[in-house]
Ligand binder design. Structure first.
Ligand code: GRF
Length: 202
């Protein structure tokens, strides 16, 4: 079996501009990456994350209906033999059966230093407003396992930055996103390498 065939098969699911999805796809092009992006799932058509799928020639599934979201996701994950599901700006709760379909291998990236400023309602610029209102000196991003509770799963990786005086929430959001684009692919690589090690030991 070649190196390429042994890579972990990942899917990315999101609802937005797709800048993290793009960073993950770019990283997968490195010869020593541990994963291949085999599927992108979007909750809307015509948004940034769909364009990422087109740019990288990756299969894309639009799962717009909330009613059939769980079934559509499970079917797509099974059809594309996905090992790991990556959330990147998903604006929906992940149903338990979806987590089970990939044996709990679901990661998310959150734009704060969890456990601070996470949970329901903490998304987009609201996170950065909360960080500034709390008078924090530092903020950052967290990659964590996904469980039934928002932003509560085991932390896999974090990276932080110092907040400059007078920064707006929007400026902070932009700086944190730059961190995310380096942190997420690095954390996914490490996670997938541990999965590959497990496979080799079986
Ligand atoms: C990121 O800030 C991520 O931390 C959060 O949603 C945002 C997605 O942005 N979960 P993008 O679609 O990757 O640009």
């Amino acid at each position: 079996m070649t190196e390429q065939q042994q890579r972990v098969r990942v899917a990315i699911v999101g609802s937005g501009s797709g800048t993290n999805a793009r960073a993950l796809c770019e990283h997968a092009q490195h010869p020593d990456a541990q994963y291949d992006v085999c599927l992108i799932i979007s909750t809307k058509s015509g948004i940034g994350i769909v364009q990422v799928a087109l740019d990288f020639k990756i299969s894309c599934h639009v799962a717009a209906s909330r009613e059939t979201f769980a079934t559509e996701l499970c079917d797509a994950l099974i059809e594309h033999r996905i090992d790991v599901l990556l959330l990147a700006g998903l604006m929906r709760h992940v149903p338990e059966e979806v987590v089970a379909a990939v044996h709990g291998n679901v990661l998310n990236i959150h734009p704060s230093l969890l456990p601070s400023h996470g949970g329901r309602g903490m998304y987009g610029v609201y996170v950065h407003q909360a960080v500034l209102s709390a008078g924090e000196s530092h903020t950052g991003a967290t990659v964590h396992l996904v469980t039934n509770e928002y932003d509560q799963g085991r932390i896999i990786a974090q990276d932080s930055l110092e907040i400059a005086p007078g920064q707006t929430p929007e400026q902070l959001q932009e700086r944190v996103k730059q961190l995310e684009h380096a942190l997420y692919p690095r954390a996914v690589d490490k996670f997938c390498a541990s999965i590959r090690m497990g496979d080799l030991q079986d």
